[in-house]
Write a protein that binds this ligand. Structure first.
Ligand SMILES: [Fe+2]
Length: 174
């Protein structure tokens, strides 16, 4: 991907549409339509598109045995596990409901929902900045990029295809 692809990323809102107020949003874990497909067996629901830091907050859902490819974080990540069991291949702990995780910037990892997870994994992730997918786990190079802007576009596309109210997503932009 040429680097110029990044030169015009924006939230797509007019200046007077941008809001700095506080907001709340209600994630509905039981409504299948609201889960935005992300990877094989993995979906998310957006909570916040952080167009100030480039980060985002989501509830991630994944079926047992599914995974998200190895990626590198340019900012911090906070996570809180709601359901299911999951881990990073690069660490030896297993997150379960109630597990909070803090990850410093510079961390590269591969997220796996364990094969024996008793239910689909659901975790709230607060991602401070963009992340870079690697083409291989060891000494990998650039494969793809993700941030608050690309996640917003992914959600808008899904909401359009699913007949959901795309404007609702604008309320999550700060
Ligand atoms: Fe990550």
């Amino acid at each position: 991907m040429p680097i110029t692809t990044f030169s015009s990323f924006a939230d797509g809102l007019e200046r007077d549409q941008r809001c700095r107020d506080h907001f709340i949003t209600d994630v509905n874990l039981e409504d299948d339509r609201l889960w935005v497909p992300y990877a094989q067996g993995v979906w998310f629901q957006p909570c916040h598109f952080n167009v100030t830091t480039g980060g985002f907050s989501v509830v991630l859902k994944g079926l047992a045995g599914s995974r998200i490819g190895t990626h590198y974080h340019v900012g911090t990540v906070h996570g809180y596990t709601l359901r299911g069991h999951w881990r990073y291949l690069e660490h030896d702990w297993i997150a379960k409901p109630g597990t909070f995780i803090y990850e410093p910037a510079g961390e590269a990892h591969t997220l796996v929902i364990t094969e024996d997870s008793p239910e689909p994994m659901m975790t709230l992730f607060i991602v401070g900045g963009g992340l870079i997918y690697l083409d291989k786990a060891e000494n990998g190079g650039f494969a793809a990029y993700e941030d608050g802007f690309s996640m917003l576009e992914l959600c808008r596309k899904h909401y359009r295809q699913a007949g959901l109210a795309v404007r609702q997503l604008d309320l999550l932009v700060r």
